[in-house]
Design a binder for this molecule. Structure first.
Ligand code: NOJ
Length: 446
């Protein structure tokens, strides 16, 4: 069996992680500007001020996409370029994205726009950020303005990228911007406002462009069975959707986002018991969408125990990436399948990849066999998901080029292309040529 003939191959990025040009053409500061400029918040004080300078070098990113032969590019539009303080419109902010979209289209590459990849305007954060419902309304307004602007040119949108991380890491764990450590009711307020933003954004985009396809990009706890037995598979499925059962922070859960967005209800857990959550709000959150995007990196291994699912500890020396994330390829099969069976919508892998300690070798090339091996394992399992009946439509590699990895700064390299941060030159790694052959053969070479 193969990938379907119309399977989409792509690559992904996000505005703050690649663009730089932090204060050009009227862009306002976002929470990530503030956070990265606060001592000791990011690795070695790294910021996105310059990042990969994609704002001035999109033509080079385009060459990278062309070398890969991908026909789809997922990228972000920065909220604070278009609304520098969240409220005031800045027409100039569109110039860069007009160029990006037009060049992509001229080269037969379909733009997939992420509307929110964590860059809340600092001015709104000063009014409470995600603790304030107004943030949701203003984000939806931005989404509508973008969809109207690109009507006839962009047909694919993602609302929120990983609320599990921008709320979970940003407002619960405090590791990401804005660095808050809330719990209980105030944390739920942030979460609920983010969910409302998703629903309102879907409404705003549909209103601006009824022909647009809209989805979301979710992450969260993934669980894979230890053995391929019915009992372990069921244990993994149950564990994956048990809110708050595992992990470092409560909100790292797929169903905390997908249940309200698709079923109009929150998981059955005391965290969500609150008079703040009304039927009317849930109706706003539950909007028809066209697809689910999944950002898949690593999972827990689970088995059936006497008292329900049990997490299987990773054995000493088990494989990890440079970020020390476990390498768990079967998640591409099982977790995709669990999501598809539960929510019954077409699925795209909107992110997958790994950080390696990439460098330029003596021969002047960037050899990254670890990335190739990782991808080969993960993509084989994705193929298996398709064979197993999952409506899997496409795969976007994270990331096109090395970039600003949030609190880890430039220490981590996720790209298929190496970025020399002194010269800002991009150079294909071995994996770029390898991925090109995957794209060319529609995965037949895996
Ligand atoms: C999740 C995020 O969407 C992206 O911004 C980040 O760089 C990658 N995963 C890797 O951590």
């Amino acid at each position: 069996m193969s990938f379907p003939t119309d399977f989409l191959w792509g690559a992904a990025s996000a505005a703050y992680q690649i663009e730089g040009a932090a204060s050009e053409d009227g862009r306002g500061p976002s929470v990530w500007d503030t956070f990265s400029h606060t001592p000791e918040k990011t690795f070695d004080g790294h910021t996105g001020d310059i990042a990969c300078d994609s704002y001035h070098r999109f033509e080079e990113d385009l060459e990278a996409l062309k070398l890969l032969g991908v026909k789809h590019y997922r990228f972000g539009i920065s909220w604070t370029r278009i609304f520098p303080d969240g409220r005031t419109f800045n027409e100039r902010g569109f110039a860069y994205y007009d160029k990006v979209v037009d060049l992509l289209l001229q080269n037969g590459i379909t733009p997939w726009v992420t509307l929110f990849h964590w860059d809340t305007p600092q001015a709104l954060e000063d009014e409470g950020g995600w603790q304030n419902r107004e943030t949701a309304r203003l984000l939806a307004q931005f989404a509508g303005v973008v969809a109207e602007h690109f009507h006839g040119r962009v047909y694919h949108y993602f609302t929120l990228n990983e609320p599990q991380c921008f709320i979970g890491l940003g407002y619960e764990a405090g590791w990401h911007a804005p660095g808050k450590t809330l719990s209980g009711a105030p944390l739920l307020t942030c979460w609920h406002n983010a969910m409302l933003a998703h629903g309102m954004m879907v409404q705003a985009v549909r209103k601006a462009d009824p022909s647009a396809q809209i989805g979301l990009a979710s992450c969260g706890l993934g669980c894979v069975p230890e053995r391929e037995s019915e009992a372990d598979i069921e244990a993994a499925r149950t564990a994956m959707f048990s809110f708050g059962a595992y992990g470092n922070f409560t909100l790292f859960s797929q169903n905390a986002f997908l249940d309200p967005a698709l079923f109009g209800r929150y998981p059955d857990h005391p965290f969500f018991d609150s008079p703040e959550i009304t039927k009317e709000d849930l109706a706003i959150i539950q909007q028809p969408i066209d697809f689910i995007g999944l950002n898949f990196y690593n999972a827990y291994v689970v088995r059936a125990g006497k008292n329900g699912p049990e997490q299987v500890p990773f054995y000493r020396g088990s494989p990890t990436t440079a970020l020390r994330w476990a390498i768990t390829p079967t998640m591409m099969h099982y977790c995709t399948k669990f999501i598809y069976e539960r929510y019954q919508l077409p699925v795209y892998i909107t992110e997958n990849g790994l950080s390696c300690n990439d460098k330029v070798y003596l021969d002047g090339k960037v050899h990254d066999p670890d990335r190739i091996d990782f991808l080969q394992r993960y993509l084989r399992e994705l193929k298996r998901a398709g064979e197993d009946g999952v409506d899997i439509r496409g795969y976007f590699h994270w990331s096109l080029i090395d970039n600003f990895e949030w609190a880890d700064g430039y220490k981590e390299r996720f790209g298929l292309f190496f970025v020399d941060y002194q010269t800002l030159e991009r150079q294909p790694k071995d994996s770029a040529f390898w991925y090109r052959s995957v794209v060319e053969t529609n995965g037949e070479n895996l």
